[in-house]
Design a protein around this ligand. Structure first.
Ligand code: NAP
Length: 251
């Protein structure tokens, strides 16, 4: 059974792997046997060190994913170093909060560019490589706001709703070519991204009251779902958005 989830010999490119959910996913993939290419604008030194402690190869790749110009140089650098990419985890993302009536074009563009535009072109670039080899696993990080509207985060909701749609479109186009595209929709996970919510006493209480599991998620809670979607265990799972949310959506 363990073989179904074994990632030995696989290379995983994980964006935003220095902290939060990206770090949780990178460490889980490495624990399952994968070598990790950690891409981001901040060096993922702690992640790389812990990947190496697990006996896997880990390297940093500097990439500011706010602009699509970073995509091809990143892919070329990872292929140059590792020779292949078996797993792509599109995790890097940002959020901007303001009432819809006050929301600025800058806050719209910044979030859409990082969360949706760069994500698509990373899928495209790595997808070409995977299609040529006839296999590969892409995992996009979606959100509860792939399913719900949220409040005061219009560009974030638009971007994450877009991630859900793109995940299904790419699965439709690439499933028959051996490339699986799925998404994970994390619930409320304690990271930098949600620091403002955690420190807002009223919002924190409202959120906690609605989570059937009775706690915020931890980045490590996302790791098992990522290993599943990266491994042979999920070979017939296509275009799925897997909620890992402590039951939030069931409420
Ligand atoms: P986080 O701790 O803020 O991590 C975000 C990651 O994205 C960081 O590594 C960050 O790098 C990286 N990043 C942001 N902009 C970048 C850029 N221009 N170029 C390269 N890397 C960039 O937040 P998180 O909660 O772990 O978020 C990870 C993903 O999960 C995001 O897509 C987020 O939308 C999604 N998500 C989070 C939650 C949650 O409850 N936390 C729920 C649903 C979905 P720096 O460290 O350099 O900023």
């Amino acid at each position: 059974m363990a073989g179904l989830f074994d990632l030995s010999g696989k290379v995983a490119l994980v964006t935003g792997a220095n902290t939060g959910i990206g770090q949780g996913i990178a460490l889980a993939l490495a624990a399952a046997g994968a070598d990790i290419a950690a891409a981001g604008r901040s060096p993922a030194d702690d992640t790389v060190r812990r990947v190496r402690e697990l006996g896997r190869r880990g390297e940093n790749f500097a990439a500011n994913l706010a602009s699509v110009g970073a995509v091809q140089p990143l892919i070329d650098a990872v292929l140059g170093a590792y020779g292949r990419i078996d797993i792509l985890v599109n995790n890097a993302g940002i959020i901007r909060r303001a009432d819809a009536v006050d929301f600025t074009e800058e806050d719209w563009d910044a979030v859409m560019d990082t969360n949706l535009k760069t994500l698509f072109f990373l899928c495209q670039g790595v997808g070409r490589h995977m299609i040529a080899r006839g296999n590969g696993k892409i995992i996009n990080i979606a959100s509860m706001l792939t399913f719900q509207g949220g409040i005061r985060v219009p560009s974030y909701t638009a971007s994450k709703s877009g991630v859900g749609g793109l995940t299904k479109l790419l699965a439709n186009e690439w499933a028959a070519k051996g490339v699986q595209v799925n998404a994970i929709a994390p619930g409320y996970i304690a990271t930098n991204n949600t620091a403002a919510l955690q420190s807002d006493e009223a919002r924190n209480r409202q959120i906690m009251e609605r989570i059937p599991a009775g706690r915020w998620g931890d980045p490590a809670d996302i790791g098992g779902a990522a290993v599943f979607l990266a491994s042979a265990a999920s070979d017939y799972v296509q275009g799925h958005i897997l909620a890992v949310d402590g039951g939030w959506l069931a409420r």
